[in-house]
Design a protein around this ligand. Structure first.
Ligand code: HEM
Length: 218
């Protein structure tokens, strides 16, 4: 298939799955923000999402999106390295105009992935998974307390959020460029929108993690 056989096709797959994941983290940050206002409302949202088969289908689509994005990231990186051959090793200084994040997308993505594995073990594996298997689970607030009552969680989460900030800062505008919507004028606009978007998502997650740590651990 063209989407997998050509490098342009593979870049399009990366862009579309990446934009989908940006939408997910944005909704996820907004949903968690409900807990800053009312734990009862947050418990109700968790209960609704956990028991709802549409939500389960959404989770499966999301997992597919993550899997495709990660597999294609390795595929494209290997392909680029092969195409560049030894030149990569001959370069000692990175071009000024290429931002740091754009050259470290794979590493940043891997840090986000490590964070994600830890995060899913702490939440998804204790909430949605047992519920799917018919087990009784606690209200959402209980899991926030179980996680954020440990002080080591906050710095680890902040590192994950920072990697996500860099990753979105570059990935978001780059996706629009790949999809052909960025001419000379628009590329700067997309870069500005990317930075703002990534910063708002980062602030939301960071404020949430700090608040939960303050509330449950201090
Ligand atoms: C303060 C920060 C965060 C909090 C408090 C938080 C909280 C949660 C909770 C409670 C769940 C379980 C939902 C359920 O199973 O019903 C969950 C699932 C999940 N989180 Fe987070 N999260 C945070 C940050 C993030 C970030 C930064 C990412 C992505 C990089 C992320 C990705 C996911 C994914 C993929 C799932 C599983 C999908 C799902 O169950 O719908 N989370 N999170």
């Amino acid at each position: 298939m063209w989407l997998t056989n050509s490098s342009v096709g593979r870049k399009i797959v990366m862009s579309v799955t990446g934009l989908f994941l940006v939408l997910f983290v944005t909704f996820h940050a907004l949903m968690n923000a409900v807990a800053l206002i009312s734990f009862d409302a947050y418990n109700a949202i968790c209960e609704f999402l956990g028991a709802n088969w549409y939500a389960v289908l959404g989770t499966l689509i999301l997992a597919g999106g993550f899997a495709i994005h990660i597999i294609f990231a390795f595929w494209l990186t290997l392909q680029n390295r092969k195409a560049r051959g030894n030149i990569r090793y001959a370069v000692t200084s990175k071009p000024k105009e290429v931002e740091w994040a754009s050259q470290n997308m794979l590493v940043l993505g891997l840090i986000v992935l490590c964070f994600l594995v830890l995060h899913l073990v702490q939440f998804w594996a204790k909430m949605q998974l047992p519920e799917l298997m018919g087990e009784h689970i606690m209200p959402g607030k209980w899991y926030l307390e179980a996680t954020f009552s440990h002080l080591w969680v906050l710095p680890v989460y902040l590192i994950g959020f920072a990697a996500l900030w860099f990753h979105i800062c570059h990935g978001f505008w780059s996706a629009f460029q790949t999809l052909g919507t960025a001419n000379d004028k628009w590329i700067e606009r997309w870069q500005c929108i990317s930075k703002w978007w990534a910063t708002i998502v980062f602030i939301l997650f960071a404020v949430e993690a700090c608040y939960f740590t303050w509330f449950f651990a201090l």
